[in-house]
Design a protein around this ligand. Structure first.
Ligand code: AMP
Ligand code: GLY
Length: 426
């Protein structure tokens, strides 16, 4: 069977690598992919991830038997709806179910209606009303643009002035365009964060190995928010006891709520959780695999990824075993110095040979005219290692990262340290 993956970052590279192990795939395509993936799949750089008509044409002309839509934009734009309409089975939610990520107001209202624990909140479409409400909120307070905003639509305001500034820039200056026409003002929660990606067919939900992201650009969680500077899996804060509470109070209620709303969710539902003193609460839902969470979760998957993905489409997840390897994984993101603000591109990348427990997933890179791989984005790649212990996985991921070279490379030095400390304290 021919399979295509939509997307072109490190997450998609990890998905491609895992799918490649499947004996049932004849040709694996990735649209658009990137220059660093061309050894693993046939890249189709001329078709962007948001170009739904071209994706549909490609599926027809290349006898695609299964499609994996990985990023949020094509999911929100209805890539799964369009492909399903021509009979191509897909991994991922349709546009209606993808609203769980593409509208924070939809997600918050769903949680309120079905009693799923989350931060208390109010929704505003009127700037003056939002400005006067925020004066009554304890600080810090959290301001979120309703729509997709490239991961930048969340402001944690430490002062009233910052909160008002955030509201004005979203609602009046429209820095996120229409995404900021509606805003959510919510309670600030505290506690360790856990990412739990799950497979679901709309009825059954199978959580994957938990993980911990490192969102800030600089060591010790300083600096700007980024797409994620590194990850470890599993997340030591996510004990078996916490997992059971999450299943009973969050995962199953969410899947049932989406079904009850007439929007059964199929694909990967990502639960961004905070383990607060009052129990686990939902910070956000994503309608897709996380990046760079996928880079540490999929290397620990024992089962055939294609088989599990197909079960989410066919509604047979309850009968499909999903097995995980013991051990730990760590991903250190090598970024271009300056990311997430200004950075330069076009530096040649030297990649080492990788060993059995090492993976390099390329995100922001392309082939130059002479065929050399050069940097082409903020997050350039992820250096991933798996090992028996978390400490070994962290050391091995850094050792791998240090064998990779390009000018202006930058990585955080403390990926996994908080997790390590949590394990030692347990
Ligand atoms: P999001 O884009 O919704 O994941 O938010 C980005 C980051 O902001 C999260 O990973 C949290 O660290 C933080 N955050 C979001 N909402 C809250 C909240 N209600 N309380 C505390 N921190 C939050
Ligand atoms: N790493 C966070 C995300 O994928 O949204």
């Amino acid at each position: 069977m021919n399979v295509m993956v939509i997307g072109g970052g490190g997450r998609e590279h990890a998905i491609v690598r895992k799918l490649k192990e499947s004996p049932r795939i004849d040709t694996l395509y990735v649209l658009p992919g990137n220059g660093g993936m061309d050894g693993d799949a046939v890249c189709v750089p001329e078709i962007g991830a948001k170009d739904i008509p071209a994706i549909v044409d490609f599926a027809k002309s290349h006898a695609i038997g299964y499609a994996v839509v990985a990023p949020d934009d094509p999911l929100a734009l209805g890539a799964v709806d369009a492909l399903s309409a021509i009979g191509v089975p897909c991994f991922g939610p349709n546009a209606a179910a993808a609203r769980i990520e593409s509208s924070k107001v939809f997600a918050k209202d769903l949680m309120k209606k079905y009693g799923i624990p989350t931060a208390a909140y109010e929704v505003f479409t009127d700037l003056e009303a939002a400005l006067s409400y925020v004066e009554t909120c304890p600080l810090p307070t959290v301001i979120k643009a309703d729509g997709l905003a490239l991961g930048k639509g969340v402001i944690i305001a430490e002062t009233l002035e910052e909160a008002k500034e955030a509201l004005r820039s979203m609602m009046a200056d429209k820095v996120f365009g229409d995404s900021g026409s509606r805003v959510v003002i919510e309670e600030f929660l505290t506690g360790p964060e856990v990412s739990v990606l799950s497979f679901t067919d709309g009825e059954t939900v199978v959580p994957m190995v938990s993980s911990m992201d490192h969102k800030r650009a600089l060591d010790h969680d300083q600096g700007l928010n980024t797409g994620g500077m590194g990850t470890v899996a599993p997340n030591p804060y996510y004990t078996a006891e916490v997992a059971q509470v999450c299943m009973d109070t969050i995962f199953l209620p969410t899947i049932r709520a989406m079904k009850a709303e007439g929007k059964p969710f199929k694909g990967c539902l990502y639960f961004g959780l905070m383990l607060t003193p009052k129990g686990p609460k939902v910070i956000e839902y994503n309608c897709r695999f996380g990046d760079p969470e996928t880079q540490v979760v999929l290397p620990l998957l024992e089962s055939d990824l294609l088989t599990v993905m197909e079960a989410t489409t066919n509604g047979t997840l309850a009968e499909t075993p999903v097995k995980w390897k013991a051990g730990h994984a760590c991903c250190v993101v090598l970024a271009s110095k300056g990311y997430p603000s200004h950075y330069d591109k076009g530096f040649p990348i030297t990649l080492p040979e990788t060993g059995e427990n090492e993976e390099i997933y390329i995100a922001g890179a392309k082939r130059a005219e002479d065929g050399a791989l050069v940097t082409n984005g903020g997050r350039v790649l992820g250096a991933v290692a798996t090992a028996d212990t978390l400490a070994q996985a962290i050391d091995a991921a850094y050792a791998l990262a240090h064998r990779i070279h390009f000018d202006n490379a930058y990585c955080r030095a403390d990926i996994g340290q908080r997790a390590l400390k949590a394990m030692e304290e347990r």
